[in-house]
Write a protein that binds this ligand. Structure first.
Ligand code: M6R
Length: 366
């Protein structure tokens, strides 16, 4: 049932070209400009008029929410807040008429996310769900929503569910941006084409597997890791760090690269691997100088770069290329090498990759 792979996690990582395509199947066709999310109908006009979006989720799903924040603000010009469900539920959150809540959950059973939805509902909010497990508690509790259709995810570390969440949230934002008139039709079409090309790009990114395995060998005994990214790649840095800590038990932190000089830079010495997600986007030059800052302090740099980059490979100790895409969609591609890096390091450390200690696939207690 692992389809010839040694672990479910690896199988699920390699399934992503297909699971992302499955997520778009019947919903998106760039050629004709078709984009329909069947599960969002009756309340679609509420989304159209949304004055604020509040995203509630935990863990990796919360990271998908952070990417969605940037996307919704960019394409739809709606202010977005991303909340840890566990914090949201115990505050006295302000929910106004015209606010929309989006709950993101792979399992659809996460206790804190469920409780956050119940609270928001009791305050009159309309809730959209982005779930993977069909018929799950969260899917039933939300007013409407869109399934991620990634197929069963068995490994405790979320991989294909994350990229499917990004795909659904991207489609929601595209649709909404077009309907609200905040996304130009020409840009909408360009983005449809780009989204449709993502499975092929993920397939290409997966080809770095053996290179990543070699890099993993060098760092398997490291005690700490820092992950840095800017803009759309900042949530990817958080996600990369979470993947590593949960399955390899190596301490890792994700940060926005610019925050480095506000504290974490003190950690950098020759023992500190720093993973930069440094693809060619609007913050490229800024991240290049962050890489220089780390190298000046003898940190070891592993850089995720856009194919053909000629500058960063001269500075970094190790470089992993991913295909180019528009910056809003880059997390779908740039997360792939980080999933593989954590996987190989965990295997080399003899960790139980699919069922890491102290963790459960769905966290049904708070
Ligand atoms: O099922 P959910 O998406 O609600 O789960 C949320 C988190 O528990 C989950 O993403 C967790 O952080 C994963 N183990 C991360 O890989």
């Amino acid at each position: 049932e692992k389809g010839g792979f040694e672990h479910f996690m690896l199988k699920e990582i390699f399934e992503q070209p297909k699971s992302i395509a499955d997520c778009m199947r019947g919903r998106l066709k760039a050629e004709t400009g078709h984009l329909v999310l069947g599960g969002i109908r009756e309340y679609a006009h509420k989304l159209d008029k949304a004055e604020r979006i509040i995203i509630v989720a935990c863990g990796t799903s919360w990271h998908a929410g952070l990417v969605a924040e940037y996307i919704f603000e960019d394409w739809c010009r709606i202010p977005v807040e991303v909340e840890y469900a566990s914090e949201f539920r115990y505050r006295n959150p302000i929910i106004n008429e015209g606010d929309i809540v989006i709950a993101i959950s792979q399992s659809g059973e996460t206790a804190d996310t469920l409780a956050a939805i119940e609270l928001a509902k009791s305050k009159g909010a309309i809730i959209f769900g982005v779930c993977n497990v069909v018929g799950s508690s969260i899917a039933r509790l939300t007013h409407e929503g869109a399934y991620t259709h990634a197929g069963p995810e068995i490994g405790v570390a979320s991989t294909k569910a994350f990229t499917a969440q990004l795909t659904v949230l991207g489609m929601m934002a595209l649709k909404l941006g077009l309907r609200r008139g905040t996304l130009k039709e020409s840009k909408f079409h360009e983005l449809l084409v780009e989204l449709e090309s993502i499975p092929a790009k993920v397939e290409k990114a997966l080809k770095s597997d053996s290179l990543i395995k070699k890099i993993s060998e060098k760092f398997k005994d490291s005690k700490n890791f820092l992950y840095l990214g800017r803009g759309y790649n900042f949530p990817v840095a958080l996600e990369g760090a979470l993947k590593l800590k949960e399955i390899s038990y190596i301490h890792a932190e994700g940060y926005p690269a610019a925050e480095m000089k506000h504290g974490p830079i003190a950690l950098i010495d020759e023992e500190m691997p720093v993973v930069f997600i440094a693809t060619q986007d609007s913050s490229y030059e800024k991240i290049v100088s962050n890489i220089q800052e780390v190298k000046a302090r003898k940190g070891k740099v592993i850089a995720i770069v856009t194919e053909g980059d000629e500058i960063i490979p001269q500075m970094a100790d190790y470089t992993i290329e991913v295909p180019a895409t528009t910056e809003e969609l880059m997390p779908l591609v740039s997360v792939i090498p980080l999933q593989l890096l954590s996987y190989h390091i965990a295997v080399m450390r003899d960790c139980n990759v699919d069922q890491p200690r102290n963790l459960a696939k769905s966290v049904t207690v708070e």
